[in-house]
Design a protein around this ligand. Structure first.
Ligand code: KG4
Ligand code: ZN
Length: 339
């Protein structure tokens, strides 16, 4: 009998619900919270309130699009962490109440593991290539930057991580310095497409091993612009495309340098990319070109599964469902985790 899993994601500023039938996607509904764009970042208090308003309509829509009734669900999977606690509490409380009311199992999912497992979502309209174990995954989002060795659906080891800012944070902070609205990552991508990635060079810290650091790059970008703006108040406006292309180039080449080192050190050639920053066109392009050069076998997620979504929570929940790995109603969310 097929398993229908409802996935719920509420870790940051997107309220999302998805239904999966085994590993095949049936629906994936995402409500973005536009309320944060004027604040230069996510305001936790506003995020929790928006989740509270969005969660019922989003779940209702996901069930409707999947064409199933509540009593056909086999389990409810939800993001337990990491993320903003107030936001996580909304999804967690809803999932608990829903599972209890329907008398079906509750399944907890780690958000970062789910980003990786998004590679296993099957879509009947497309045939996607799935990595085999073990593989490496560059997991890059607004809060995390990790190189993960994925041994199976549950066993994941972080072999490299950022010691300060995450890659998404580096994109967003650079955008903020240029007075672009939050989240700035997609805008840097958009303007960068029209610019020269080698127009400007910024100092990058060199960190040992497989770890990353992005705070030095942000400072270098800030000081560079401060100096140029003294000479020309319109410097940013006149050079926006080149600035975006150059900062993007610096972030993407830092990311790939350590990925290639990880491939060399582990001897694992299958490399996936996951998380919000995997939507970046330059990063995706670099993965494809490294594959063409025969350096890696690349796995790039479908665009809709790059930023936060509940389809990845539902598929991660499905693998736990098969293992009968169910959660207790007494659990509470966590804001930080390993993977
Ligand atoms: O995974 P995600 O949706 O949320 C977290 O779990 O953090 O990632 C959000 C991050 C933000 O920093 C956003 O600016 C970045 O992903 N991002 C991008 C692009 N799309 C989203 N960064 C660069 N280029 C993009 N196209
Ligand atoms: Zn995420």
């Amino acid at each position: 009998m097929p398993a229908y899993i409802l996935g719920i994601e509420s870790s940051c500023d997107d309220t999302s619900a998805a239904v999966i039938c085994d590993d095949v996607i049936k629906s994936n509904v995402i409500a973005n919270q536009l309320v944060h764009s004027n604040f230069g970042g996510v305001v936790p208090e506003l995020a929790s309130r928006a989740h509270q308003q969005n969660i019922i309509p989003v779940i209702h829509e996901a069930m409707k699009r999947a064409g199933i009734q509540k009593n056909e669900l086999s389990a409810v999977a939800f993001t337990r962490g990491p993320g903003l606690l107030g936001s996580l509490l909304v999804g967690t409380s809803f999932a608990k109440a829903f599972a209890l009311a329907l008398d079906i199992p509750l399944i907890e999912v780690d958000h970062m593991q789910a980003h990786i497992l998004a590679h296993f979502i099957q879509n009947p309209e497309r045939t996607n290539k799935v990595p085999s174990f073990p593989f490496l995954c560059l997991t890059v989002s607004g809060g995390h930057t990790q190189i993960v060795k994925v041994s199976n659906y549950f066993e994941m080891e972080i072999i490299g991580r950022t010691i300060d800012d995450a890659a998404g944070e580096a994109f967003d902070k650079a955008a903020k310095i240029m007075s672009l609205p939050y989240p700035g990552g997609p805008l840097i991508d958009k303007f960068g497409k029209e610019g020269n990635p080698l127009a400007f060079k910024f100092a990058r810290p060199s960190i040992q091993g497989l770890d990353y650091s992005f705070s030095g790059l942000k400072t270098s970008f800030l000081y560079f612009l401060r100096d140029r703006l003294k000479e020309d108040a319109d410097f940013i406006e006149k050079n926006k495309n080149d600035l975006c292309a150059s900062i993007q180039h610096a972030i993407v080449s830092s990311l790939m340098e350590k990925v290639l080192l990880a491939v060399k050190q582990t001897g694992i050639h299958q490399v996936a990319v996951a998380g919000g920053v995997s939507a970046n066109s330059s990063l995706r392009g670099t993965f494809i070109s490294l594959q063409e050069q025969g350096k890696i076998e690349a796995f790039i997620p479908e665009f809709q599964y790059t930023t936060d979504n509940a389809a990845m929570i539902a598929v991660a929940g499905y693998f736990r469902y098969l293992n009968k790995d169910f959660a207790d109603l007494s659990l509470s969310p966590y804001s930080r985790s390993g993977v």
